[in-house]
Design a protein. Sequence first.
Length: 645
Amino acid sequence: MTTGCHDSAAAAAPESGAARIALVGAPNSGKTSVFNALTGLSAKTGNYPGVTVSRFVGTVHRGPHRYTVEDLPGTYGLDPVSPDEQITVDVLDGADGPDALFITADATTLRRSLGFVAQVLARGLPACVVITFADELARRQGRLDTAALARALGVPVVPVVGHRGHGIADLRERLADWRSWPVPAVPPPTGPDERDAWVRSVLDFAGYRPPTRHEVTRRVDAVLLHPLWGTAVFIAVMVLFFQTVFTLAAPLQGAVEELFARLSGLVDAHVGNRWLSGLLGDALIGGVGGVLVFVPQIVLLFLLLALLEGVGYMARAAFLMDRVMARAGLEGRAFVALLSAFACAVPGIMATRTLPSARDRLATMMAAPLMTCSARLPVYVLLIGLLVDPDDRVGPFGAQGMIMFGLYLLGAVSAMVAAWAFKKFGDRHRPAMPFFMEMPPYRLPAPRAVLVAMWSSARAFLRKCSTVIVATSVVLWMLLNLPLHTDGDLRAAGVAPTDSVAVSAYTVDHSYAAGLGRLVAPVFDPLGFDWRVNVGVLSAQGARETFVATLGQVASAEDPEQPARALREMTHSDGPRAGEPVFTPPTVAALLVYFVYALQCMATVAVLRRETGTWRWPAIALAYLTALAWLMAYLARTVTAVLSG
């Protein structure tokens, strides 16, 4: 699964003067683990010139020499059916191609892997075959003579266990001799029948014995891949998933919240200038800190996702969801792309490059923003906390976790419906392309691999906090504190200049932000929002998390001593609802549903523009999702009002 939100528009060119080694292999062949082990922290990302498919480039140093290693997109063969597979072929066949190749081959599926190896070796480039999962082959009573395999192939063969670093030192040593890597004297045959015969002869010469069927995997899959029981287990896993996010993260969240409260108190006590104190305490600590308190949930979310992927369950989930995707006219690869959108819609949209059909790619891209990304999590946690008490239960489950699960489910179902609708206008009845996905045996994931996957996704969230949310918080703080009011203005309004709480409330209620919120009030009044919520919704157009930062700043400005209580007890300051609570169950329900559907992320709009090559589809996505968000929020408010009496 692809995680994180990083994608650079500028190409990451190989270092000048460095030998360029391309790393090629099938998806799930251990290629990326080998790449990470080889390059370590020197890896960087960019795009191939002229296209938006990501490239991953790292540098390996051996004495005075350096070698550039480029991880090409995974492919099962060199007959491309998707944009990323086409990139691999173009790089191998291009005039400015690599100097040599590392070719990964999975030892547990070596018969299929050698078909790909034959196609690559036929290109005539110096090559070294990297045998991955050799430890698993041995554990499952398989056998392979790698020295004999090297003689049969006519190229060096190195067995490795990428995620544990075994064999990586040998690979680095081989880099120093890349010029001496041989090209097979007789290239492998190119015809399918001849290639199959060649593969059989190579396997026989290498004494290959395939691994025994993984008995635990077979028994577990009999349940997990069953249409009925597998779906029931999938739902149970997801419910437990969100219960865990709430239950385990709550104490950590409280500790982080206490930390920022202490920091805010120190600013108030030691910074004498009112404006500087407000900027530091309200804008930075109150705004950004109000989002960072949800880091425990974010980290735990990505940790659980990495664990589920590492043990092999996510591949089974993709298999189950292939049936659901088929009802929307899509295929299992679309589920992989949509699953990536749980971290962020940006990598989810970028992952559609694996889809061979242009119509499938477009339908999946237009549906991806509906998948519940990590940016929504702080908003959901805040609003659910205002809606229900942490001790409330739904049967054996906590009410907060069940509501969270329902929101994620609503987003996923809505994404399926949206994909079906966009496919409906295209050639929905065109036969689907074959869908290949490895079903790895269940295994304990390497702790380092899990931690790296978790940190890379959490780092993207923290990076957004340090850029977009900081800038938005500072601008918002200025809007909440301007224009300036003299003591005469305050006395004329019946506010004592010495009453800091009353002065703060008056300043916020007569600020530029209040004017902006009241300007758009006719649009959001039917949903029960007041001007402060309106400002939060508008600020969230840049990044959803800023909604939390906005409410945190508003609450801190209105009652610096008790911002949490101020938020919970906030009332409408004017209009027909003046004096009524803002965050009633119908209004909170409307807000939650609004954030399920609204496209409030300019990075998503930008990547849609890059992937489609036009502003037409981003404009359509922004328009239809905004309208849908308003309509569904109004429906949610109406239904909740009726149910609550």
